[in-house]
Design a protein around this ligand. Structure first.
Ligand code: HAM
Length: 509
C-alpha cells in the first residue's frame, strides 16, 4: 500500500489534554476573569504592582529557594535540559570527534554549565569514543563493536549538554530572583508585587489538585519585618476573599521561629528526639522525615498518627524572645483589623524558606484539598539566592480551588447570552445589519449577527437558544420605513424604533 493510501485508512488519533491539565472553558472562564479582576483591584488599593515572571527558570533557583529535600523539588518538578543551540542535535559517528571538541569549548566558555558530575561523564564518553575509534580503525579487535557504539551513544546522551530548566512549581523564588536581578533594593522599600498565572507540579491529580494549576500571589520584599506588614498582608487577602464572595473561610496562623540555635533548631532537635522514641508507631513517610525534616511530620494527615502528634512538643513553647514578641504582635494587629484567625501549632508548610509567621486559609466545598491559600515570612530567601539581606513575606492563592469553592457555593455568574440578536433578511438588510451591529457593540452591547441569512422563524429560534434578550428584526419593511422592529424575547412584545431611538431605548434599560 502506498504511504498516501495508508494514511487515508489510518484512523486519525484523538488527542486529549495531558493528565492533570485541563481546558478552562466558557462560561467558567467568566468567573476566572472576575476573580482575577477583583485581585487586580484589591491589590492595587494596597499599593501592589503586578509582576509577570517567566514560566520556566533555572532548576537551581527552585532547588535553592524552595529546598532540594522538599517534595516539590525532589519529586514534582517538570525539568528538562535546554541543549545549547551551538551543538548538533544528533552527531553521527563520523562527526563525533568535532562534537566532543565542541563540548569542551562550550564548557570552557560557560555556554554549558558544568559540574563534577558532567566532568566525570564527559571523561567516560571520551574514553569510550577513543575505544570505538580504535575498533573502527582496526587497531582493536572485538566481536562487540556494535555494543561499544551503542554504549557510546548512551554515554554522550547522559551528558548534560545545556542548562537544566524547570517549569515553575511556584513563583516566590522567581519574584526574589527578579528583585535581585533588577536591583529593586534601590527602590523605596518595601517593594510590593503580585502575580497570577500557571504553576506546574507533578502531583497525583484529584479534585482540586492538578499538574498545571493557577496561583494568584503577592510578595512584600525589603523594608522592616514589622508585624504590621504581616497583618496587613493577611488583611488584604481576607478582603480579597470577601470581595470574591468566598464562603466559610478559615484562617490558621502559626509562628515557626527562625533558624538560629535557641529557636527553631533547638525545637527541631527536641522534636526529633521525641519522634525517635515513637518511630515504630509512625508510617513510612513520617519515619523518613524524622531525619530529613521532622517539622513536616506535624503536617501528617494519617489517622493513626494523630494521637501521637498531639503529644509532641510545640514550637510556641520554644520560640526565642524575638520570635515570641513578633508572633504576639502579629496577633494583636490582626485583632485591631478585625481579622478572625485560629492558631494552629502544627502549621509548618511544605517549603523550606519559611520562618516566623506562617498561615493557611481553607474554604468550603473542596474535600481533602481544602487549602485555598498558603503563605508566610521568608526573611533569608533573597540572601540565599545571592541578594542582599532582605525581609520578605507573601502568599499564594490556589485559583482553581478558589473557583471550585465559589462554584460549589453557587457564586458562579450565570452564562450570559447576547443582548441583541439581529435577524436580517435580504442583501439590502445585511448592510444595515452590519452597521447596526457595529453601533450597538461600540455602545457596549453583546450582539450576535448571523453570518448567513436565516428564515424568520429559524432566526428567532436561534436567538432564543442563545438566550438573547432581544431580536432586532431587519427586513424590507424596516429598511423602507426606517423604523426597526425590536422584539423582547421574554415577553414577545414588539415595538418599532428608529435607529437612534433604539440605541437610546437599550441604553436606558
Ligand atoms: P503552596 O502552599 O505550595 O505555597 O501553594 C499555595 C496554594 O496553591 C495552595 O494552598 C493551593 O491552594 C494551591 N496549590 C498548590 N498545589 C496545587 C495543585 N497541585 N493543584 C491545585 N492547587 C494547588 C506556595 O506556592 C508559596 N509560593 C506561597 C507563598 C508565597 N509563600 C510566600 N509567598
Amino acid at each position: 500500500m502506498s504511504e498516501g493510501a495508508q494514511k487515508k485508512t489510518e484512523k486519525p488519533r484523538k488527542f486529549q489534554a495531558i493528565r492533570g491539565t485541563r481546558d478552562l472553558l466558557p462560561p467558567d472562564t467568566a468567573l476566572w476573569n472576575r476573580v482575577e479582576q477583583t485581585a487586580h483591584e484589591v491589590f492595587t488599593t494596597y499599593g501592589y504592582g503586578e509582576i509577570r515572571p517567566p514560566i520556566f527558570e533555572s532548576t537551581e533557583l527552585f532547588a535553592r529557594g524552595v529546598g532540594g529535600d522538599t517534595d516539590i523539588v525532589s519529586k514534582e518538578m517538570y525539568t528538562f535540559v535546554d541543549r545549547s543551540e551551538k551543538l548538533e542535535p544528533d552527531p553521527s559517528i563520523g562527526s563525533m570527534n568535532v562534537f566532543f571538541q565542541k563540548i569542551r569549548e562550550l564548557y570552557k566558555s560557560g555556554e554549558i554549565p558544568t559540574d563534577e558530575q558532567d566532568e566525570a561523564a564527559l571523561k567516560i564518553a571520551e574514553d569510550q569514543w577513543e575505544m570505538v575509534n580504535d575498533l573502527l580503525d582496526g587497531r582493536l579487535k572485538s566481536e562487540s563493536a556494535g555494543t561499544e557504539i551503542y554504549k557510546l551513544v548512551l554515554f554522550y546522551d547522559a551528558l548534560r549538554l545545556g542548562t537544566r530548566i524547570s517549569l515553575r512549581p511556584e513563583a516566590t523564588a522567581s519574584v526574589c530572583r527578579a528583585y535581585i536581578e533588577h536591583n529593586m533594593q534601590q527602590l523605596p522599600q518595601p517593594v510590593k508585587l503580585y502575580y497570577m498565572g500557571p504553576m506546574f507540579r507533578r502531583e497525583r491529580p484529584q479534585k482540586g489538585r492538578y499538574r498545571q494549576f493557577y496561583q494568584i500571589g503577592a510578595e512584600i520584599l525589603g523594608g522592616p519585618d514589622a508585624p504590621a506588614i504581616d497583618a496587613e498582608l493577611i488583611e488584604m487577602l481576607m478582603t480579597f476573599f470577601d470581595k470574591c464572595g468566598l464562603a466559610g473561610t478559615e484562617l490558621s496562623i502559626n509562628s515557626i521561629g527562625h533558624a538560629a540555635d535557641n529557636c527553631r533548631r533547638g525545637y527541631v532537635a527536641k522534636l526529633r528526639e521525641e519522634l525517635i522514641k515513637v518511630k515504630d508507631k509512625l508510617g513510612a513517610d513520617s519515619q523518613r522525615r524524622i531525619e530529613t525534616n521532622p517539622l513536616r511530620v506535624l503536617d501528617s494527615k494519617l489517622e493513626h498518627e494523630q494521637p501521637i502528634i498531639a503529644t509532641l512538643p510545640r514550637i510556641a513553647d520554644h520560640l526565642c524572645d524575638g520570635c515570641k514578641a513578633h508572633y504576639a504582635a502579629v496577633k494583636r494587629d490582626l485583632d485591631l483589623r478585625g481579622v478572625a484567625y485560629r492558631e494552629n501549632w502544627r502549621l509548618v508548610r511544605g517549603l523550606d524558606y519559611y520562618m516566623r509567621t506562617t498561615f493557611e486559609i481553607t474554604a468550603q466545598g473542596l474535600g481533602s484539598q481544602n487549602a485555598v491559600c498558603g503563605g508566610g515570612r521568608y526573611d533569608g530567601l533573597v540572601e540565599l539566592l545571592g541578594g542582599p539581606p532582605t525581609k520578605g513575606i507573601g502568599f499564594a492563592i490556589g485559583e482553581d480551588r478558589l473557583i471550585l469553592s465559589l462554584q460549589e457555593g453557587g457564586k458562579a455568574p450565570a452564562a450570559q447570552g447576547p443582548d441583541v440578536f439581529i435577524a436580517w433578511m435580504g442583501q439590502n438588510a445585511y448592510a444595515t445589519a452590519i452597521r447596526a451591529a457595529k453601533t450597538l457593540r461600540n455602545a457596549g452591547f453583546r450582539v450576535e449577527l448571523p453570518a448567513i441569512e436565516l428564515k424568520f422563524g429559524k432566526a428567532l429560534e436561534r436567538a432564543s437558544k442563545l438566550g438573547s434578550r432581544f431580536a432586532l428584526i431587519l427586513g424590507d419593511n424596516e429598511l423602507q420605513s426606517g423604523e426597526w422592529t425590536l422584539k423582547n424575547l421574554a415577553t414577545s412584545e414588539q415595538q418599532k424604533l428608529s435607529e437612534q431611538a433604539l440605541l437610546e431605548y437599550l441604553q436606558k434599560l
